[in-house]
Design a protein around this ligand. Structure first.
Ligand code: ZN
Length: 453
C-alpha cells in the first residue's frame, strides 16, 4: 500500500458540495484514494510539505484530439473556418501512423498534466486506410506510461465526399468495420470500477462526416455496454446548413431522431442552440463540452454558457484539438473562458470559481464520474498544487477560488498528483523521459508533414 501525506496545506479549494476552502489541513491518501483531510498527522511513505501550497482538484478535459498536437500552427489553415480548415488538414491526417498517435498522445497529455490536468478524454476519429494496428490501444499505452487517467473514444467517420460528406475516402470506414472495432475496444479497455484509469466512449465524428445508420447503431451499442456517447454538435452555422439541407432537421433535432440525447450523451461546442434546444438539453441532462479557445480561433461563435448554467445544462471544460487551440493547456482555458464570457455577457457572466467548477465537477459529470472532480475523503487523490509564495501571485491569493480564472497561472504547476502519484513536479514529468519523447516527437512531426510535402 502507498500512503501519501500532504502536510500543513496553506489553502485547499475542495470544490465540494459546500464549496469549502480549508486552511492548514493535512491531506492523507492510501493507494490513490483520499482517506482524510483534517488536522491529524498520519504516518506515510511519502510526505510533501504543503506550507506554501494552494491545492486544487485536478482539472478534467472533456474534449481533445491528441493527434492534432502534431499539426498546430500550420500557416495554411490560420485564416480558415471549420469546413475549409478540416478539408485542408484531412490531407495531412491521412498520413497518421501508430507511432504518431502514440507520441502525440504522450506530448498532448504531458502538456495537460504540467498544467494541472489529471483526467483527459480524447476524441480520436481518424483511421487512415491501410492502418490495421490498434490506434486506441496505443493511446491507452501512452496514458499508462504517463500515469494520467484516460477516457478514450472510438471515433469514426463513415460519410465521405463522394457520398455528400466532408472527409476524403482515405480516412473513412464502413459502418460494420467501425461497429466491430468499437465493440472490441469496449471489451478490451473499458474499466467501470471506482477510480478507474481507463474508460471508453463511442464518438462518431460529426453530423457532416458520419452516416445516419452509424449514429443509430452507435447509440444502440453504447447502451448495450453502458458506455457514453460523444460527438461534435452545433459548432458552426455551416453544420446547421448541412443538416437542414441533407436531413431536413436542425442539428439537435437530428441527434434526437437517432436517440442521441440523454444524460449519457455530451456534445463538443454547443454554440448554435436556440432557446427550445437549450431547454431540451436541460430537461434531458444532455451535456456540453465548452471549448472557448478553439471556438475563438475558428471564428465559430460563443457558447451560451450563462444561459446553460441558469437552465441547468451540464457543462464541462475542454481544450479541443491542438490544431484549433494551439495547445493542451486547460489552465489557460479557465482564464480565456472567464474573459470571453465577461466580454460577451457582463454581469451575467460566470465567476472565476464557476469556471473552475466547470473544469472539475462539471467535467466529471460529463464523463459519468463521481469519484473525481472534488477533494474529500473517498474521492480520488487527483490534485495540483501551486506554491503561492511567488512574485506573480502577490496580492492575488486572498481569493483562491477565483484566482485561476481571474488572475490565471501562466506556468507549469508545482505538483500534479494523479491517483496518489506525483506525475509532474516543478514542471518536469516524472514518469517518462521527457527529453527523449520530445526528440522523437520532433522527428515524427517532420516525417508527418513531409508526407504531404
Ligand atoms: Zn473537436
Amino acid at each position: 500500500m502507498h500512503r501519501l501525506l500532504i502536510k500543513n496545506i496553506h489553502t485547499l479549494v475542495t470544490c465540494d458540495d459546500q464549496d469549502q476552502v480549508l486552511h492548514r489541513v493535512n491531506l492523507y491518501a492510501e493507494d490513490g484514494v483520499i482517506q482524510s483531510i483534517d488536522h491529524c498527522v498520519m504516518d506515510a511513505d511519502e510526505i510533501i510539505d504543503g506550507t506554501n501550497m494552494l491545492v486544487y482538484p485536478g482539472l478534467i478535459n472533456t474534449h481533445h484530439h491528441l493527434y492534432q498536437t502534431f499539426t498546430r500552427n500550420l500557416p495554411q489553415v490560420q485564416n480558415l473556418e471549420l469546413f475549409a480548415w478540416l478539408k485542408t488538414l484531412y490531407q495531412i491526417w491521412k498520413g497518421l501512423t501508430p507511432d504518431t498517435i502514440h507520441l502525440s498522445s504522450l506530448v498532448g497529455m504531458g502538456e495537460l498534466v504540467k498544467y494541472g490536468c489529471t483526467t483527459c478524454f480524447d476524441h480520436h476519429y481518424v483511421f487512415p486506410n491501410g492502418i490495421s494496428e490498434d490506434l486506441i490501444g496505443t493511446q491507452f499505452a501512452a496514458a499508462r506510461e504517463l500515469g494520467i487517467r484516460f477516457h478514450a473514444s472510438r471515433g469514426s467517420m463513415s460519410l465521405s465526399e463522394k457520398d455528400g460528406g466532408l472527409p476524403p475516402d482515405s480516412v473513412v470506414q464502413n459502418v460494420d468495420t467501425i461497429l466491430q472495432d468499437s465493440e472490441r475496444i469496449i471489451k478490451t479497455y473499458h474499466d467501470t470500477r471506482a477510480f478507474s484509469m481507463a474508460q471508453v466512449a463511442l464518438a462518431p465524428c460529426s453530423p457532416f462526416s458520419v452516416t445516419t445508420d452509424l449514429l443509430r447503431e452507435s447509440a444502440l451499442l453504447a447502451r448495450k455496454y453502458g458506455v457514453r456517447l460523444h460527438t461534435h454538435l452545433a459548432e458552426t452555422l455551416d453544420e446547421e446548413r448541412f443538416t437542414l439541407e441533407k436531413v431536413g432537421m436542425r442539428p439537435l433535432e437530428y441527434m434526437a431522431s437517432v436517440d442521441w440525447i440523454g444524460q449519457d450523451v455530451w456534445f463538443a461546442h454547443g454554440i448554435h442552440f436556440n432557446k427550445t434546444e437549450l431547454k431540451l438539453l436541460a430537461d434531458t441532462q444532455t451535456g456540453v463540452a465548452h471549448c472557448p479557445i478553439s471556438n475563438m480561433k475558428l471564428s465559430s461563435g460563443i457558447c451560451p454558457v450563462p444561459e446553460m448554467l441558469t437552465q441547468g445544462v451540464p457543462i464541462g471544460l475542454a481544450v479541443d484539438g491542438s490544431a484549433s487551440n494551439d495547445g493542451s493547456n486547460l489552465l489557460e482555458e479557465l482564464r480565456v473562458a472567464y474573459l470571453l464570457h465577461r466580454l460577451n455577457s457582463s454581469a451575467k457572466a460566470p465567476s472565476g470559481y464557476d469556471i473552475l467548477k466547470l473544469a472539475t465537477r462539471g467535467s466529471a459529470r460529463l464523463l459519468g464520474r463521481n469519484d473525481i472532480g472534488q477533494l474529500k475523503p473517498q474521492k480520488a487523490c487527483d490534485l495540483f498544487m501551486i506554491n503561492q509564495n511567488r512574485l506573480e501571485l502577490i496580492g492575488a491569493t486572498y481569493d483562491p477560488k477565483n484566482l485561476l480564472a481571474t488572475v490565471g497561472f501562466k506556468q507549469p504547476v508545482d505538483y500534479t498528483i494523479i491517483q496518489g502519484q506525483v506525475i509532474s513536479k516543478a514542471g518536469i514529468l516524472q514518469s517518462i523521459d521527457e527529453e527523449k519523447v520530445t526528440y522523437n516527437a520532433h522527428n515524427a512531426v517532420t516525417t508527418l508533414l513531409q508526407k504531404e510535402g
